[in-house]
Design a protein. Structure first.
Length: 302
């Protein structure tokens, strides 16, 4: 067990947070384990109640612990961190992390498409589509509440399946012969609505990650529009992005060779193209550290 260094300039609550952080990381405080009470922490580490409460607030903000009124403070479950680098479904994401995945179907019905859903599925507003409502679980713990909207023809086929064990992506590709090509994502943070909060066991207004995803077949047709709400304390996406390079930009440290022609783009004011036959001029901008030679003109006729 770590100890508080009384002579250290580091605040006591930071030191206590470091001790508990190390215990959680080393597994001495297991995920889901009930943390010692405020009084027990005060006695064990000989600190004030204010210090303990500052420590709890800090670790809670970091997502390492969760406070449940009337029950106590618990070590938070490990955050799920799927990688957002390819088009994958929930089951595939969980399997890649070594976690079990399941679903609980709350509803399946046909309804008229709202303007937003209709735009995503490329149908007319008011056309009938199929809506599937589910809770997705990782290791039997609810982490996502979602709506899936499907074109009616596909929805009728999906309605005949056991959707608690059969992922939609698997049905589309392996059973219906519809290879998937790409998806458009829209991701934002929001507070849980009453419906989402009740489904995921959260307080209303708790932080959730809201994701809209429209999935397209390899032929380019939209086949599935989803609205997914992930618990903000249980999931965190990671991604690795490559820098997009422009072929017109020279690498740093590689200015154009001396004597090579320098080009300039002529930009006319909007709605005022140069008159035919009139000379067009452009300012020549030299590379950094290479001012124009003395006496050279700063404009050029094109």
């Amino acid at each position: 067990m770590g100890e508080i260094e009384r002579s250290s300039p580091v605040p006591f609550y930071h030191q206590l947070a470091d001790i508990l952080r190390r215990d959680i990381g080393a597994g001495r405080l297991a995920r889901g384990h009930r943390l010692a009470t405020e009084f027990e922490l005060m006695e064990t580490y000989r600190v004030s109640r204010t210090t303990v409460r500052q420590t709890i607030a800090l670790l809670q903000k970091e997502g390492l612990i969760s406070v449940h009124r009337g029950k106590g403070t618990f070590v938070a479950p490990r955050r799920i961190e799927p990688e957002l680098s390819a088009l994958t479904g929930f089951v595939e994401d969980m399997q890649a992390l070594g976690l079990s995945a399941s679903a609980r179907v709350l509803g399946l019905r046909n309804e008229k498409a709202s303007a937003h859903v209709a735009e995503a599925l490329r149908v007319a507003a008011g056309d009938v589509v199929t809506r599937l409502t589910r809770i997705r679980l990782a290791e039997d713990v609810p982490v996502s509440f979602e709506y899936s909207f499907l074109p009616l023809e596909l929805g009728r086929r999906v309605a005949e399946e056991n959707l608690e064990i059969s992922p939609i992506f698997t049905l589309l590709e392996e059973k219906y012969g519809i290879p998937l090509g790409e998806a458009a994502y829209r991701i934002e943070a929001m507070g849980a609505t009453r419906v989402v909060a009740e489904a995921l066991g959260l307080q209303r207004g708790a932080a959730v990650l809201a994701i809209e995803r429209t999935t397209y077949s390899l032929a380019g047709a939209p086949v599935d529009f989803e609205q997914m709400f992930y618990r903000g304390d249980r999931i965190r996406y990671t991604m690795r992005l490559k820098r997009r390079r422009s072929s017109s930009i020279s690498p740093l440290g590689s200015p154009p060779e001396r004597g090579s022609p320098r080009t300039a783009t002529t930009i006319s004011p909007l709605g005022s193209p140069p008159e035919r036959g009139s000379p067009r001029t452009a300012t020549i901008i030299s590379p950094l550290g290479s001012p124009p030679e003395r006496g050279s003109p700063r404009t050029a006729k094109l």
